[in-house]
Ligand binder design. Structure first.
Ligand SMILES: Cc1ncc(COP(=O)(O)O)c(C=O)c1O
Length: 485
């Protein structure tokens, strides 16, 4: 990384700055041609330009004070009303536009913690599966809400039979995902919500991924388990516009069944010398451009546009699922509803992380999963044209890995094998923290976390070899026990 060390002494021409800026993107993943299977929801340049125009028109507007920028409050009202309708809520459904899925998740935890405080809960707990998005684990750490982990069933959904024993008077909320990020499975929301409601506990549905696609998959004829406001015990839902809503980055929603819940999300400080301060969400300044682009995307697509996107996405999903299942040595993990797909090895001769390395070498960019080991695909309509080449390369990657078992001990396969199987999770955490700190030290570095280079001070040598042996021992022990931990 060639970091700039100071501001230019003299300002530069705008064209010059823009030209250099576009150079910064040169090493980024090729998301415009469907090579990247996470992080980005991209359609085409025309849509990007449209979003850019909408964003630009409000890029200086600030949603911090809804009484100042009435335009932004109107945009927010429109968005929330449409989302409430899309999620089959009553007109009582209310909420706010947030900066992204993580903000929406953090807010739900804060809201339910504070709601429970009213009934004297001082040691709050929340119930969620290990596959809930990491934003929920972050929220637990930030807001001091203890995690109670709900195990998965064989299809990698929340095992609802285990829920009752996790609920107690300190439970402030239960979380279900629709779908969960790692495996694309929808939790049994109806049964979970019924159990939670019986004890007066709120249930939040994380539909950050699903919010803007599941309703349109259903409208297109797919049968899905009930998960939205039609389920009586569902008290709130997060749904991201910057994912399958195809807005610019920085737009999600959190809605509540009614104002009695939302009230606990608000922050007011009446004594601040800067004036009486009230804020509905986590941020102070709230970016008007993101609201405008989100509103514009929703108006542009409308129900039929989103139905068409969902249809194309699911065409790609179905083909990919079928194609992966047909490759000897691979299997789909769980029973995904789409649009996310996870797959792993069905044969000990195939190291799935080595397959990932081979896919990288063929110009794809795929995410790795752990518990169980796997590869991941977040599928959009933009992937439809590349599904067949992807499957051909996947088939080739598996053949290469079968023919070269040593590949499992090189590249990121070695790193991931180590990270995901090491029993000493605290060591993994510490090493990743050290690497991350390196990345953010003054001046920055180009470290790739996935390569796990030695941390400062050099753990490599003996300690690293010991860690590797410990990982091997653990994997062997697990295999001897038939895959159980
Ligand atoms: C289910 C789920 N919830 C929450 C989030 C967090 O969203 P964001 O990355 O917009 O903060 C994600 C992101 O992928 C997600 O998949």
């Amino acid at each position: 990384m060639n970091a700039k060390t100071a501001l230019p002494a003299h300002g530069r021409a705008r064209e010059d700055v823009l030209a250099e800026l576009s150079g910064y993107a040169a090493d980024d993943p090729d998301y415009k041609h469907g090579r990247l299977w996470s992080l980005v929801y991209y359609l085409d340049e025309e849509h990007e330009a449209f979003l850019g125009q909408a964003y630009q028109a409000f890029s200086s507007a600030n949603g911090l004070n809804p009484t100042a920028f009435k335009s932004l409050k109107r945009l927010e009202n429109d968005i929330i009303a449409s989302v409430g309708d899309m999620l089959h809520g009553t007109p009582e459904v209310c909420g706010v536009v947030t900066s992204g899925g993580t903000e929406s998740c953090l807010l739900a935890v804060k809201t339910y913690r504070d709601l429970a405080r009213r009934r004297g809960v001082t040691r709050p707990e929340m119930v969620l599966t290990p596959t809930a998005h990491v934003a929920w684990f972050k929220a637990s750490e930030y807001f001091g809400v203890k995690l109670r982990l709900l195990a998965l069933d064989d299809d990698l959904r929340a095992d609802v039979s285990r829920l009752p024993r996790l609920l107690n008077r300190n439970t402030v909320m239960v979380l279900g995902s629709a779908p969960g990020y790692p495996h694309g499975t929808i939790d049994p929301i109806e049964a979970m919500a019924a159990l939670a409601a019986k004890r007066g506990i709120p249930l939040h549905v994380d539909a950050c991924v699903g919010g803007f696609i599941l309703p349109f998959m259903e409208a297109g004829g797919r049968t899905l388990p009930p998960w939205d406001y039609r389920v009586p015990g569902v008290t709130s839902i997060s749904a991201d516009i910057h994912k399958y809503g195809f807005a610019s980055k920085g737009a999600s929603t959190i809605t509540y069944r009614n104002l009695e819940y939302l009230k606990h999300q608000m922050f007011v400080h009446q004594d601040w010398p800067g004036g009486v301060f009230a804020s509905p969400a986590l941020l102070g300044t709230r970016p008007g451009g993101a609201y405008a682009a989100a509103w514009a995307a929703m108006q542009h697509f409308g129900k039929d546009g989103y139905c068409d996107l969902a249809r194309r996405t699911m065409q790609a999903f179905d083909r990919l699922r079928e194609g992966v299942a047909a490759i000897d040595g691979l299997q789909v993990l769980g029973d995904p509803s789409g649009p996310l797909l996870a797959y792993g090895a069905a044969d000990p001769q195939v190291n799935i992380y080595a397959v990932g390395d081979q896919m990288d070498a063929r110009g794809w960019n795929v995410n790795r999963l752990q518990n169980p080991d796997g590869l991941h695909a977040m599928i959009t309509a933009n992937h439809l044209p590349v599904v067949e080449p992807y499957l051909r390369d996947l088939q080739g990657a598996v053949q290469t890995v079968r023919a070269n078992p040593a590949l499992a001990r090189t590249g990121t396969a070695a790193t991931y094998g180590l990270i995901s199987h090491l029993p000493l999770r605290g060591m993994v955490r510490k090493q990743v923290l050290d690497l991350f700190a390196q990345m953010y030290r003054a001046g920055g570095t180009d470290i790739d976390l996935h390569q796990m280079p030695p941390p400062p001070g050099g753990l490599r040598g003996q300690a690293q070899r010991w860690l590797e042996r410990a990982a091997q021992w653990y994997v062997q022990r697990r295999q001897a026990r038939g895959g159980r931990r």
